[in-house]
Design a protein around this ligand. Structure first.
Ligand SMILES: [Zn+2]
Ligand SMILES: [Zn+2]
Length: 249
């Protein structure tokens, strides 16, 4: 089975990535993707784009050079309650929000603090995906994380970049393996993401797929392998905006 979509990609607008939107399309099409999601870093990441950039997503066509484009943003979690740096107005201008822990934006917390931060972010109705929950600098209670994802219908990411040599994240494979163990136990689906910061990595999920094979992870729990997996990510979390838990500012 092959991934049909990649919702975690960056362009030069993120400030530390190297591909343009047009450049990112070629490898996506070449790898057989049907959908390319763009998820530049939210303004809280040093060097990333102003909120005006995401507001101007409206000019982007839904299909570019033969591939469907979906407009997202990778939000920064800014406290251990799960607050993100994407407010309701900005979130309303994109089709999905990834929420992630990034060192410039939140200190390394304890296991319980980090887990609470991700659970709080998941309670935010705009958050569809938790990005790279696989970093020993932010240790997590994976059982609690997976149970929260099941409750909130939020996708947990298996992040290809975390498994690459030179990644700033630590022990990504070990942590993802633990997460997959609980995802299988509780029947929680995962989403593969390249987290490409340069065009030739867009759609590259080989390291993710190797780990899935190694762990004999059930393909039916991999959202990227079917188009209704995209619907699960984008639409399934239907809740009112003012829910308890994580907040927006
Ligand atoms: Zn990230
Ligand atoms: Zn990213």
């Amino acid at each position: 089975m092959k991934p049909l979509f990649d919702l975690h990609t960056h362009t030069i607008a993120s400030g530390h990535a190297f591909g343009t939107q047009k450049e990112n399309i070629e490898p996506a099409v070449g790898r057989g993707l049907l959908v390319l999601g763009r998820s530049d870093h939210a303004p809280g990441m040093p060097g990333s784009a102003h909120s005006f950039y995401f507001g101007n997503y409206k000019i982007l066509r839904k299909t570019l050079l033969g591939i469907r484009i979906i407009k997202g943003i990778e939000a920064n979690i800014t406290d251990f309650a799960g607050t993100i740096d994407v407010d309701a107005e900005m979130a309303g201008k994109v089709e999905y929000v990834i929420a992630s822990l990034h060192p410039p934006c939140i200190p390394f917390g304890t296991r319980s603090e980090n887990t609470a931060a991700l659970a709080g972010a998941m309670a935010n109705p705009f958050v569809k995906i938790i990005g790279h929950p696989d970093d020993d600098r932010y240790p997590l209670d994976y059982e609690e994380l997976v149970i929260a994802a099941k409750r909130e219908n939020v996708a947990l990411e298996v992040n290809n970049s975390s498994f690459c040599p030179g990644s700033g994240r630590q022990n990504g494979v070990k942590n993802a393996r633990t997460m997959l163990h609980y995802c299988r136990q509780f029947e929680v689906p995962v989403m593969l993401g390249s987290d490409a910061h340069i065009w030739y990595d867009v759609g590259e999920m080989g390291r993710c797929r190797a780990l899935l094979r190694e762990t004999d992870f059930p393909p039916e729990l991999v959202l990227n392998y079917r188009m209704d997996g995209l619907d699960y990510v984008l639409n399934r979390k239907e809740k009112s905006v003012n829910t308890s838990g994580g907040s927006v500012r």
